[in-house]
Design a protein around this ligand. Structure first.
Ligand SMILES: *Cc1c(COP(=O)(O)O)cnc(C)c1O
Length: 470
């Protein structure tokens, strides 16, 4: 399998070649040149597989330039009960008859991003060691993505992580989660500024081509292809557990921001998994709900991006949407490039009056819904009262939209994207008590912490990183 750009301007490359990169050279996103097809007989056999065995079957179909026995070893190292709390890795529970919750948040940082990041850590180390190379990941975080990256890369050969966070602005839990890591390859830089300031510093570093090349600066953001592939696995896993017969439809609801999680569901469906509907759930930042309801994609300005109580879905544009639209328009790279030029020029595009709009809903199975702060609070309360289940705010957005979109006789799976322990303030507002926390994290805030505090100044950060790398 080879990888190409959604905008048509990249010579085909292997999985290992694109794994460490970000955007394609033409500004597009990398995608496989075809989706491997999985037939019903194979799906039937896969019902008996463990999570790592299933992950091997799927990842090896995309990472065709890595020897199969190596892929097997890497997925077995990534998906262990020690890291994810159970053999199941992604257990399912049933709330009401046919209404399921897929638990994706039992990894080290209590959010679904661990599932992709833990495999990415293994893959990065493998590819870098084989090539005798090293990378330095420089990123900015307001709490969630940065910690998942650090827990995935800690102790890995050939990788250093420099994670910028706004000093004094993370929750005590988030801060302790990151700053308690003592691994020498993990560096927490607390910046005297906001999250946006941190992002601006990362941008400034990436715009300094000489510095970037000299210090091998890299990233692990949500457009990374390896992350998407890892996420395809749990759609198969959940389908195989929930579908009465192979071939019966199963609907999925996905709390969404950058469209990375649900993009993996779209790919599973293209591979032949009999997914019925893929329902996008958004919060007040409803770029995606608008797109799937009207065909209009309108990027928001940062002043129009609301800070909500499901903060990991506060986005103004959905980076991974480009991968879906590429498939929707029959993989026409020049048309895709034209649409995204329109985004740059006018802030969006409109597929509402094109034949593509009907296909999104019909052939591609997408629909959407939206949830607000009041909905979120009400859903957290209702789930506790009806099912004695404590939901995190993002998963509550998903359950709210799931309840509105159920189809009689068709199982529906809502993806849980975080544990409530990460969002104490909102849980306190909804339930009047702090959420339960996994036992091994009870004393987290008491652990010794390690970080450096730096001025809101790109040059100061560059100098610190350069000195650390010697
Ligand atoms: C990242 C994240 C999301 C959004 O996922 P996307 O892949 O960006 O759509 C939703 N919920 C939580 C808790 C997250 O961390």
């Amino acid at each position: 399998m080879q990888y190409i750009s959604t905008r048509g301007g990249m010579a085909p490359q292997s999985f290992s070649d694109i794994l460490l990169g970000g955007l394609a050279p033409d500004g597009g996103l990398v995608v496989p040149d075809n989706y491997p097809h999985v037939d019903h007989a194979t799906l039937q056999q896969w019902r008996a597989l463990s999570y790592p065995q299933l992950a091997f079957e799927i990842v090896s179909r995309f990472a065709t330039d890595i020897p199969a026995e190596d892929v097997r070893r890497l997925v077995e190292a990534a998906y262990t009960p020690a890291a994810f709390g159970s053999e199941a890795i992604t257990p399912l529970t049933e709330l009401d008859e046919g209404l399921h919750l897929l638990h994706l948040s039992n990894g080290p940082t209590l959010a679904f991003k661990d599932i992709a990041m833990q495999l990415l850590g293994q893959l990065f180390e493998y590819v870098l060691t084989r090539r005798g190379e090293a990378v330095n990941i420089v990123g900015a975080t307001s709490g969630d993505t940065g910690s998942a990256a650090e827990y995935a890369m800690r102790g890995k050969q050939g990788v250093n992580v420099f994670m910028l966070s706004p000093h004094g602005r993370m929750s005590p839990f988030q801060r302790a989660q990151m700053f308690s890591l003592q691994d020498p390859n993990i560096h927490n830089l607390a910046i005297d500024g906001t999250f946006d300031d941190c992002q601006d510093i990362v941008k400034a570093i990436n715009n300094d081509a000489a510095y970037k090349a000299r210090y091998k600066v890299s990233a692990v953001n949500s457009i990374n292809w390896g992350r998407i592939v890892a996420q395809v696995v749990y759609y198969f896993r959940a389908y195989l557990q929930v579908a009465p017969q192979i071939g019966d439809p199963v609907d999925f609801v996905v709390p969404s921001g950058n469209f990375g999680n649900i993009c993996a569901g779209h790919i599973a469906r293209r591979m032949g998994l009999p997914v019925g509907r893929l329902v996008v759930a958004t919060n007040e930042n409803d770029v995606l709900d608008e797109f799937f309801k009207t065909g209009k994609y309108t990027v928001r300005a940062s002043v129009d991006t609301h800070a909500t109580s499901s903060p990991s879905m506060d986005i103004s544009k959905a980076s991974n949407l480009e991968r879906f639209v590429f498939d929707l328009i029959d993989r026409d790279g020049s048309e895709l490039a034209r649409l995204w030029q329109e985004v740059d020029r006018t802030g969006g595009f409109d597929l509402g009056k094109t034949p593509y709009f009907a296909r999104m809903v019909g052939e591609f199975g997408f629909s959407s819904g939206k949830s607000t702060h009041a909905d979120r609070i009400a859903t957290i309360r209702a789930a506790k009262a009806r099912w004695n289940v404590v939901l995190d705010p993002h998963t509550a957005d998903g359950v709210k939209v799931a309840l509105e979109n159920r189809r009689p006789g068709i199982p529906m799976v809502t993806l849980e994207t975080a544990l409530p322990a990460k969002f104490e303030a909102t849980l306190l507002e909804a339930l009047g008590e702090t959420p339960p926390r996994p036992a091994h994290l009870a004393e987290l805030e008491q652990l010794p912490q390690r970080s450096v505090r730096l001025a809101n100044d790109a040059e100061a950060v560059k100098a610190w990183v350069a000195a650390a790398l010697g």
